[in-house]
Design a protein around this ligand. Structure first.
Ligand SMILES: C[S@@+](CC[C@H](N)C(=O)[O-])C[C@H]1O[C@@H](n2cnc3c(N)ncnc32)[C@H](O)[C@@H]1O
Length: 282
């Protein structure tokens, strides 16, 4: 049985919203549970957005917890709403070359019924993973999987390199003469699918307590996906939430959240992080 931690910032507004979120599991809570067991208790088609990162092969030591990838993929397909999105952040172990587990997982998701909507890159601006006989690895994959066509896309933008007023060449007319016309270049453009983040303290997060977990992903990464693929009030799920990054950012972005981790120790860290931030925004 999953164990619910205490509600973090229950309010009448939250309670009202819970009733419309087709899930039999209470939202805005963190649970200690195996995520496969947990998802079996969730309603089908109840989650708008999942952002999660699995254990990477045996790259990290998670106290030897079981990790049944196929059952997790099938559980995610069942609980995701039609048009909902799963962002699967994953890297490969290097042993006799790259394991390519990430690719195998992506193909499994596709064969199970997800669309591989995008294959994005999480680029680390600073990285400790140097190799003596290959270039320093500075990225992980972010597989953006959707159950049908994504129902929400709020594109994030970035400043353009050239902007303001410029004389621009117009298409030649029938007389074949080039003409220049004063036009305004856009100040913003839609981002590319390579996102770069600083990692470590004040990059990944400023919450020192989070680093008691060995593999935290950046808060900004979670926030950017939350804004891109969900709207306020939507349900954001992390079935392997570790130190609670996805749930913290969902809270700060006015989304509902459910976080699950098999480790009681990690859920304690997540609970403490969210409690601090729930107090800040209360
Ligand atoms: C890469 S970490 C996630 C880190 C998280 N994104 C963060 O920012 O802190 C993977 C997590 O999966 C959890 N985990 C492994 N197997 C699990 C399972 N079967 N059910 C739930 N959680 C599991 C581990 O305890 C670990 O915290």
């Amino acid at each position: 049985m999953p164990t619910a931690t205490q509600p973090l910032n229950p309010s009448s507004a939250d309670t009202a919203r819970q009733t419309v979120l087709s899930t039999s599991i209470a939202v805005n809570k963190l649970y200690v549970s195996d995520c496969v067991e947990f998802m079996r208790k969730m309603d089908a088609n109840s989650v708008d957005l999942t952002i999660t990162s699995p254990p990477y092969d045996d790259l990290r030591n998670y106290n030897g917890y079981a990790f049944d990838f196929e059952a997790i993929a099938e559980g995610l397909l069942r609980v995701t709403k039609i048009g909902g999105v799963v962002v699967w952040v994953v890297g490969d172990r290097i042993k006799k070359g790259r394991t390519l587990s990430s690719f195998r997982q992506a193909i499994y998701f596709q064969e199970a019924g997800f669309y591989v909507h995008d294959v994005m890159i999480y680029r680390k601006k600073n990285t400790p993973f140097m190799r003596s006989n290959a270039y320093t690895n500075c990225y992980e994959f972010m597989f953006v999987l959707s159950k049908g066509t994504p129902k929400t896309f709020n594109p994030l933008t970035e400043p353009t390199v050239r902007n303001g007023m410029e004389m621009l060449v117009t298409n030649k007319g029938a007389d074949a003469i080039n003409r220049k016309v004063l036009k305004e270049l856009k100040k913003e453009k839609t981002r590319t699918n390579i996102w770069s983040y600083a990692v470590g303290l004040h990059g990944t997060t400023s919450d020192r307590i989070a680093f008691k977990h060995p593999a935290v992903f950046p808060e900004a990464l979670a926030a950017d996906h939350i804004e891109s693929w969900s709207n306020e009030g939507d349900l954001v799920f992390d079935p392997m939430c570790g130190s609670g990054t996805t749930c913290k950012m969902a809270l700060l972005k006015n989304r509902q959240y459910i976080g699950v981790d098999i480790s009681e120790e990690y859920i304690k860290i997540a609970k403490e992080r969210l409690r601090q931030h729930a107090n800040v925004i209360a």
